[in-house]
Write a protein that binds this ligand. Structure first.
Ligand code: HEM
Length: 866
């Protein structure tokens, strides 16, 4: 290229061929392509930024060649609620991604870009929709304000507040204030700015803007600086200056524009410190595909700043000139010999890279040099023609009420089909299961396909629901129509047989429940003395010298010891000196649980293949239980003095049931109570190990009690302790998903009709599955911080069927009080002994999903003695 910056014709001609090379990557306007999407290696947001480059190209050059492509892409990606939340972006869409599309349509409005047909959403209304949805996501609870990076709780990055999300929101708010004259936009811009300063993501001394903070530790800043942050804040600050009429405000924003101009000098390197550089990654050759485009935006917004803060011209023009010349002179790559690279500082040498980002950045920095020849951005009062809608988008997070085509079969009228059918769906679920992300997978399905939807997996229909009304009907009011069946049953049958409380339905279940119930209302639920022995063993097994250990394993040992003690009158003593028989029993129990769950996943045909090892383990389990059962019965008969009273067994034996039947019931209580209690306790430690403030609060309450060995009644008074338990059970519900199957054609209250809010017909034999996990993290029920561990929320929260860690209705967990007492007492004794617990596991939140959930790689912590 020969670029003559003194000649608009030269600039236009260079920009034209750069735009052609840039668009050579775009396939959205080709047969089979999706308008507004780049090839899959590029994220969705960058396509929004690219549409912005096309709007800019027209604005600077007057050449309309790309206008149709831009309009088509911008309209195609608006999503069902016209707010740039298209359903197919559920797995990755962040506030910044949506923000980039929002900033592009804002430019389209300001530049009077060709308006869409009247029956289509308009540029200004789209920008307002993006603003409205984001304002509704503003969150003060964590780090005092700001937007999270990710919109959806299940995406990595939901716990991060990054500057670019704030930058986009600030930029749009400030420009909307200027365009519409409505001060409430300006208030949001001010608020965002203030939070950036308060959180120290922006330094008021240097005006450097850092990458972001994690909500778990708001003071630990990720220190990278990126050009696009500086650019987005710069243009927003200029808009605020232009909008402000009050002299003091004008002065303040004048100063801020200057400050940002000073701060952005950090991005200019080279011999004369005047060539734009992505300093955090370019010098070390580590810019990822996103980062390769960032300089486009600093170029774009530095130039646009001049329109609203004219004094900035003298400061930015020299930088844009030298950068444009440097960028252009390095565009010598590719087969056409003019493709642009990423690095502009190599004295005219192409760095060997090509891509949309490189082309866009080079084109934008070249165009920026014509800023004085362009028209002024319009407003509502000065020639703006785009039609707005101040209420667009609202608090929609884009994932509720999405309509998928109704299933054609009349029997399933009103249901929505999961867009991924059959095998794909199965494999996707399997992958999620194997990577311990099945809970996220369900949450994402529920969010993208609707709170109640049918899906088809390997040819079988399943109704997935997450609606309170439906769950209430299945477990409560219409319980008789919804027996236990399917995987939940298959996974327990080999161990428990068909007559246990856990596997039976109808009369058989009534009988088992009636027999077991009295054992749970007896005093031993409150018998903390019996339990204390196991806690002491646990505390003794914990290394108190700050070494890392897996608390999940120890808790599994403890709950096995306490359950067997409670059920059989003899503990397995896994934490101390287990007998060889007890060791074998624990081994058999774990093997049988694991293998029968595996068997259940094989499906109804392979399920029936013989499994000798499993049968052997189950035989071992049953013999062990029978031994203690017969011992107790014999001692009772002879009236012999017993080591300690078998309160539980004694109660059962009163009914004189057949031995095998009693073994079934005892094993089912072990299955129901051991792993669940261990999971709940592990979860409490998992979250507390990440929240020193909660630990302090909990310890103050515990220490204030004075008693080292509280009674059951005293324990019940510890409010914060119980809130901690409730919160842990909410975020990590041991029985995280559950299912039933309809035994006749029936109706559930929600999920049908075009709006998904009408009753839905369910054919006989349809499995229904729900995710307690997703339910417990619903933002509609628990608020925006639904994913956070915040025991305080329970101080004022009243929930019914919205909170079901122990299930609900007639089959509600029989051991609830027993479990809660054990958990409370364990936490009490633990925090009297130890003053701190720290997480030693930086990995992501994963859950192994079987009958209950667990942490697949343990729960690594270290503790310090009080
Ligand atoms: C935090 C610990 C626990 C949790 C989260 C929990 C959760 C649950 C849930 C969700 C169910 C319903 C399952 C279904 O309907 O499919 C259930 C049932 C049951 N639980 Fe628990 N459980 C816990 C501890 C215990 C303990 C310690 C015991 C006994 C010592 C126990 C005994 C039972 C029994 C017998 C049932 C079957 C009730 C029936 O079908 O009538 N659970 N539990």
């Amino acid at each position: 290229y020969t670029l003559d910056l003194g000649s608009t014709e030269s600039i236009k001609s260079v920009a034209r061929s750069m735009s052609e090379d840039m668009m050579s990557f775009y396939t959205g306007n080709q047969p089979g392509g999706t308008p507004g999407l780049l090839p899959s290696q590029y994220y969705w947001w960058e396509a929004g930024a690219l549409m912005g480059a096309l709007v800019d190209y027209w604005y600077y050059t007057g050449d309309t060649r790309w206008n149709g492509v831009a309009e088509e892409g911008l309209l195609f990606q608006v999503g069902p609620n016209n707010d740039y939340m298209p359903p197919n972006q559920t797995m990755t869409e962040g506030n910044d991604d949506q923000g980039f599309w929002g900033m592009t349509v804002m430019s389209a409005a300001e530049y009077n870009f060709q308006n869409p047909p009247r029956d289509k959403p308009q540029w200004l209304a789209l920008a307002q929709a993006v603003f409205n949805t984001q304002a509704a996501r503003w969150e003060d609870q964590r780090c005092g304000g700001g937007l999270r990076w990710q919109i959806f709780t299940w995406n990595n990055g939901f716990n991060y507040k990054n500057s670019i999300s704030q930058a986009c929101f600030f930029n749009i708010a400030a420009r909307l204030a200027r365009y519409t004259g409505n001060d409430s936009y300006a208030e949001w811009a001010e608020r965002t700015w203030d939070w950036m300063v308060d959180s120290e993501l922006m330094s008021m001394k240097t005006y450097y803007i850092y990458d972001g903070i994690h909500v778990e530790n708001c003071s630990e800043i990720t220190p990278y600086q990126w050009t696009y942050n500086a650019g987005a804040f710069l243009l927003g600050a200029a808009a605020m200056y232009n909008y402000s009429t009050n002299a003091t405000r004008r002065e303040i924003w004048h100063e801020r524009v200057d400050g940002l101009l000073n701060g952005s000098r950090v991005f200019f390197t080279g011999d004369k410190q005047d060539i734009m550089t992505e300093v955090a990654c370019e010098p070390v050759d580590l810019c990822d595909i996103d980062q390769q485009s960032f300089k486009a935006y600093l170029s774009r917004w530095m130039a646009a700043t001049v329109k609203w803060a004219p004094w900035a011209y003298d400061r930015v023009k020299p930088l844009l000139e030298s950068s444009a010349i440097a960028a252009t002179s390095a565009c010598t790559g590719g087969t056409n010999g003019r493709m642009c690279g990423l690095k502009w500082t190599d004295h005219g040498k192409w760095d060997g890279s090509t891509g949309v980002g490189q082309q866009m950045a080079a084109m934008e920095v070249v165009l920026a040099n014509m800023i004085q020849d362009t028209s002024s951005p319009v407003t509502d009062d000065s020639g703006g023609t785009s039609v707005g809608d101040p209420g667009a988008g609202g608090s929609d997070i884009g994932r509720t009420g999405i309509e998928f085509p109704p299933v054609s079969s009349a029997a399933k009228a009103g249901a929505y089909v999961d867009p991924i059918l059959g095998l794909d769906s199965f494999l996707e679920g399997l992958r999620a299961f194997n990577s311990h992300r099945l809970l996220d997978f369900y949450a994402s399905r529920l969010a993208s396909c609707g709170a109640t939807h049918y899906s088809i997996t390997l040819g079988s229909w399943v109704l997935m629901t997450n609606e309170v009304e439906n769950i209430k009907a299945i477990l409560g009011t219409s319980m008789e129509d919804w027996p236990i069946a399917g995987p939940r049953l298959l996974a327990t049958l080999p161990v428990l047989g068909p007559d246990s409380i856990f596997t039976s339905n109808g009369q058989a279940w009534h009988k088992a429940r009636a027999m077991l119930r009295p054992s749970f209302v007896r005093d031993q639920v409150a018998d903390l003395k019996c339990f204390d022995r196991h806690i002491r063993n646990l505390l003794a097994a914990i290394p108190a010298d700050n070494t890392t250990f897996d608390i999940q394993n120890l808790l599994l040992d403890m709950t096995m010891d306490s359950s067997t003690d409670f059920l059989l009158g003899y503990s397995t003593n896994s934490l101390t000196e287990p007998s060889p028989e007890a060791q074998q029993f624990v081994k058999d129990f774990e093997y049988a649980s694991r293998e029968s769950a595996k068997k259940a996943r094989l499906g109804p045909i392979l399920y029936h293949l013989p499994h000798r090892e499993l049968r052997k383990a189950v035989r071992g389990l049953r013999e062990y239980v029978r031994f203690y059962l017969e011992k107790a019965a014999a001692q009772n008969e002879k009236g012999e003095a017993k080591e300690r009273s078998y309160v539980f067994l004694d109660e059962i034996l009163k009914a004189n049931p057949p031995v095998d039947y009693t073994v079934d019931q005892i094993l089912s209580i072990l299955v129901a109570g051991r792993d669940t209690t261990a999971a709940a306790l592990t979860a409490a430690f998992y979250f507390l190990a990440r929240d020193a403030v909660a630990v302090d609060k909990l310890r103050s309450e515990i220490l204030a009690m004075g008693e080292e060995y509280p009674t059951w009644e005293q324990l019940k008074q510890l409010k914060y302790l119980h809130n901690v338990i409730k919160e842990a059970l909410r975020l990590f519900s041991p029985v995280s998903t559950n299912s039933r199957r309809s035994n006749k054609e029936t109706v559930l209250p929600r999920g049908g009709g075009n709006d998904g809010k009408q009753p839905i017909l369910v054919p006989e034999g349809t499995p229904v599955r729900w995710s307690t996990h997703a339910f417990h993290r619903s933002r509609e029920i628990y608020g925006l911080d639904a994913d956070e561990f915040r025991p305080e929320r329970w101080e004022n929260l009243r929930v019914g069927w919205e909170y079901i860690p122990f299930s609900g209705g007639p089959r509600i967990c029989l051991g609830q009080q027993f479990a809660l007492t054990q958990i409370a007492y364990t936490l009490f004794r633990f925090f009297r002994t130890f003053q701190a617990i720290d997480s030693r596991d930086p990995g992501p939140f994963l859950a192994r999903t079987n009958l209950t959930i667990s942490f697949p790689y343990g729960c690594l912590v270290s503790v310090r003695r009080a």
